[in-house]
Design a binder for this molecule. Structure first.
Ligand SMILES: NC(=O)c1ccc[n+]([C@@H]2O[C@H](COP(=O)([O-])OP(=O)(O)OC[C@H]3O[C@@H](n4cnc5c(N)ncnc54)[C@H](O)[C@@H]3O)[C@@H](O)[C@H]2O)c1
Length: 365
C-alpha cells in the first residue's frame, strides 16, 4: 500500500463521531501522524467518554452535528479534511427510531456538508455503508455500481442519502469528496449492545458462557472489516488514490460464504478479444466472462500448458469476468488451458462435476 502519511502534514482534521468505534481508532491513527490538530465533534450518544482519544493535538467538542452553534465552533478551526462518521447507528435502531435516523444521518450530514463547503475544505470523507447501499438483491461479489433503491431499513435509506448529498456537493460546488462503504466492522473500542454489531455481542455472550444465537437459517453471508484495517484504508483513501466521487467498498476481512445462488453449468458467455480462443497477441490481456459470478479469492492462476505444466501469469476477477494478464510470459504459437477448480464456483456449496477448462492459443503479435 502506498505511503500516504505525508499527506497529513500540518493539516487540521475534523472527525465527526470521533469518539465512536471506528472514529476513535481513526483519531488515534491520525494522532500518530504529523497533523497540526484533530477536532472531534461527538455527542456521545452511542459512545463513552473513556473512548474519546486524548492527546495534545486532540480537541474534543461534546456536541451534536444538528447544532449549528457547535458546527460553527468546530469549523472555526478551519479543518482541511473532514471525516464524517457521526451517525445514528444502525439498522434495527433506525427501524425503532426512524425520525432520529433521518435527522442525524440525513439532516446532520447535510449540515456538515454545508459547513465543509462554506469553509472550502480540501477533502470530505463520508462513511457510507456496504449493507446500506447494496440492498439484498445484489449478487456477490458486490460491484460499486450495484446500488439498490429497494432497501429494507431507514438506516440503509439514510446512508445512501448521505452519498447522494455528498455527490450533489461535489457536482454543484466541486467539493472534493470520497464516499467509503464499510461493511460490518469490528475492533477495539466497540462495546456490545442492543443495536451494536454481532461480533462484540458474540464476544460478550461467549465470555459469560452464554449461547451465541444464529438468526436466519445459518447460510447468511456477509463481509467484515477489521477496524484498524478500515482506518488504514481511510488514510489511503484520503491520500489521493481515491476515485472520487465514485464510491469505494472497504471489504478487507473474513468473508463467510453462504450457500445457494449459483446453478451449474458454468459457461463462457464472452471472450475478449473475440478470437482469443484461436489466436491472441501474446501481450494482450484476455477477458473471459462467465454466465455467473465465480468466487473472489479462489485460485485462477493455475493456467497450464496443454501438457499440464503451470504457467505463471496474473489473473484478476471482477464479477463474472476473469482477466488474464500474460505478463509477456506466454510463448508464441502455444496452446494454454485455464482451469477453474470445482471449488471456485461461487459460494462453495455447489461443486462442479469436473473442473471447468478453457483453451486458447497464442500467436505472434
Ligand atoms: N460499524 C460498522 O460496521 C459500520 C458499517 C458501515 C458503515 N458504518 C458507518 O461508519 C460510521 C461510524 O460507525 P461506528 O461503528 O464507529 O459507529 P458508532 O456508533 O460507534 O460511532 C458513531 C459516533 O457518532 C456519534 N453520534 C451519533 N449521533 C451524533 C450526533 N447527532 N452528533 C454528534 N455525534 C453523534 C456517536 O456518539 C458515536 O460516537 C457511521 O457513519 C456508520 O454508519 C459503520
Amino acid at each position: 500500500m502506498e505511503d500516504v502519511d505525508g499527506g497529513y502534514d500540518d493539516k487540521t482534521v475534523l472527525v465527526t463521531g470521533g469518539a465512536g468505534a471506528i472514529g476513535g481508532n481513526l483519531v488515534r491513527r491520525l494522532n500518530d501522524l504529523n497533523v497540526e490538530k484533530i477536532v472531534i465533534l461527538d455527542n456521545l450518544s452511542s459512545s463513552y467518554e473513556w473512548n474519546v482519544p486524548v492527546g495534545p493535538k486532540i480537541h474534543f467538542v461534546h456536541g451534536d452535528i444538528l447544532d449549528d452553534e457547535k458546527l460553527k465552533f468546530v469549523f472555526k478551526h478551519r479543518p482541511d479534511i473532514v471525516f464524517h462518521l457521526a451517525a445514528h447507528f444502525a439498522n434495527q435502531n433506525s427501524v425503532d427510531n426512524p425520525e432520529t435516523d433521518l435527522m442525524v444521518n440525513g439532516m446532520g450530514t447535510l449540515k456538515v456538508l454545508e459547513f465543509a463547503h462554506l469553509t472550502d475544505v480540501s477533502r470530505f470523507v463520508y462513511a457510507s455503508s456496504g449493507c446500506g447501499v447494496y440492498g439484498l438483491d445484489s449478487i456477490l461479489p458486490y460491484q460499486e455500481g450495484d446500488v439498490s433503491i429497494s432497501l429494507h431499513t431507514p438506516y440503509q435509506v439514510t446512508k445512501l442519502l448521505g452519498e447522494l448529498y455528498t455527490n450533489y456537493y461535489h457536482n454543484l460546488y466541486g467539493l472534493p469528496i470520497v464516499n467509503t462503504r464499510f461493511f460490518n466492522s469490528y475492533g477495539p473500542g466497540e462495546v456490545p449492545g442492543k443495536y451494536r454489531n454481532v461480533i462484540p455481542n458474540f464476544f460478550y455472550w461467549a465470555i459469560r458462557g452464554q449461547a451465541l444465537p444464529i438468526t436466519g437459517d445459518g447460510t447468511y453471508s456477509f463481509n467484515r472489516t477489521e477496524t484498524s484495517a478500515a482506518t488504514y484504508v481511510y488514510r489511503t483513501t484520503y491520500a489521493g488514490s481515491a476515485t472520487y466521487p465514485s464510491a469505494t467498498s472497504l471489504t478487507a476481512g473474513v468473508t463467510v460464504q453462504s450457500t445457494s445462488t449459483v446453478t451449474p453449468p458454468l459457461t463462457v458467455t464472452a471472450v475478449n478479444p473475440a478470437n482469443a480462443s484461436t489466436n491472441i497477441p501474446i501481450t494482450t490481456a484476455i477477458n473471459v466472462t462467465f454466465n455467473q459470478s465465480i468466487q473472489a479469492g479462489a485460485n485462477y492462476s493455475n493456467i497450464t500448458l496443454s501438457d499440464g505444466t503451470p504457467v505463471p501469469v496474473t489473473t484478476s476477477l471482477a464479477g463474472t469476468t476473469i482477466t488474464i494478464m500474460p505478463n509477456a510470459t506466454l510463448s508464441d504459437n502455444t496452446a494454454y488451458i485455464i482451469t477453474i477448480p470445482s471449488n471456485a464456483v461461487k459460494n462453495g456449496s455447489i461443486t462442479l462435476a469436473t473442473p471447468f477448462t478453457f483453451t486458447f492459443t497464442t500467436v505472434k503479435s
